[in-house]
Design a protein around this ligand. Sequence first.
Ligand code: TGC
Ligand code: FAD
Length: 432
Amino acid sequence: GNFGSDACKFRMFWAFWVHGCSSVRTQALYFCGMNMGSVKTDLYQGHDYYMMDDLLTEEHKLIRDAARAWVKQEVSPIIEDAAETQVFPKHLLPGLGAIGAFGPYIPEQYGGAGLDQISYGLIMQELERCDSGLRSTASVQSSLVMYPIWKYGSEEQRMKYLPKLATGEMMGCFGLTEPDHGSNPGGMITNFKDAGDGENVILNGAKLWISNAPFADIAVVWAKDETGRIHGIVVERGMEGFSTPKMTGKWSLRASDTGELIFEDVKVPKANILPGRSGLGAPLSCLDSARYGIAWGAIGAALDCYDAALRYAKQREQFGRPIAGFQLQQKKLAEMITEITKAQLLTLRLGQLRNEGKATSGQISMAKRNNVEIAINIAREARQVLGGMGITGEYPIMRHMMNLESVITYEGTHDIHLLITGFDITGENAFK
Ligand code: TGC
Ligand code: FAD
């Protein structure tokens, strides 16, 4: 790897003097300088066909390289096992906190990393380069738990939850989807009413398909009040009548824990309701942030599949020569890097727009939809390049392919994102 290289050391030195020793940056220096010699299997080096690195700052590259180094050291050696056994590797949580994956763009005063949107995207790309489930855990914690508490929470709620969420000492989940309301969350039936004691509300209902639910300490739950208006409410593990059964039997996102949230007359303090915004727009704005991270993440999965296919094609010989020399295999590889490059350009521009506060929901939907689709197509093509070896756990491709079936469904399905774009460009709502 290049993690002990002069370029990397220069970046470490530069970042140290320019940015001082704030926690994530200090940790980034540490991870960037890690000795990678012990890891033999994960040979990934990134692919940058259009020299996109020239458009990144030194800090972006430092943060990305630190995330990559940490993933190689801590996650790559165990991820295949975690997926096979369907056990989420919880011991990774403090490390995710240390590389800034929990709340990258949340201000440092609340324990976040205080980074920009492109840094956030680059971290998500490196995590999903390894596994979509790993990125899911970070997406949910950052954009679906920390973001709503930061944006719509009271100062007291921010101080109570955000610093612990940033380190991974406390984990959260996000309950929007219900058994009968997936693409149409506005139809939700989970609701709360006044407990009559002046202090609490009583919450009833159920949420399904909730990432991180089985081990989360808190859940940001979206529920209707007595007038039918949607609010976010923080439900804490241990509250009576609140349970989080694990969902099993998934052939996708197996290294990520998914569960239900069940509320049976749960007494929740009114102080746990997020006061800053109500209505369906509140959870949908969180989805914008998570979908943006997924757009970057999907590029990571695509890059890993392309990387594995390219290496294999150069080494594997049939009919007396490397299969990389056959036109049909070159077509696959050339089309993969073309689509990856187009996605990189689209997404970096989206990151610039988000940094300027100008990105629209429609633009985010377009990137999420496009990037997940190209990633899933690349996974399918890459698997073919590997022939029979492509279906084994010796290579990451089959795992990525199965994971991406979740990614193309959650945070708005492929079709829903098309309809969002359709609505945006025509002004005609085709959902209902
Ligand atoms: P509609 O009437 O269009 O809108 C209701 C209100 O919301 C506003 N709005 C938005 N606000 C902020 N951001 C957005 N992206 C917004 N989109 C709409 C809108 O202006 C309106 O505001 P107001 O003030 O007029 O009330 O809502 P609709 O009921 O017609 O639904 C629209 C639709 C279908 C696009 C939306 O509901 C949708 O996106 N459905 C997909 C559901 C979804 O994505 N669920 C994701 C669940 S979380 C998850 O999957 C996590 S996986 C995480 C992981 O593991 O990585
Ligand atoms: P449905 O809404 O029933 O859709 C079924 C099909 O109908 C889809 O193809 C859809 O595109 C299509 N369809 C629906 N409406 C229309 C329409 N108007 N026009 C045309 N076609 C339409 N949710 C959370 O709240 N929190 C989480 O943490 C979370 N994590 C998840 C993790 C995993 C692994 C998975 C698989 C899902 C997760 N979800 C989570 C739920 C996810 O957001 C939903 O699965 C998704 O929004 C789709 O809802 P659904 O599965 O009910 O499908």
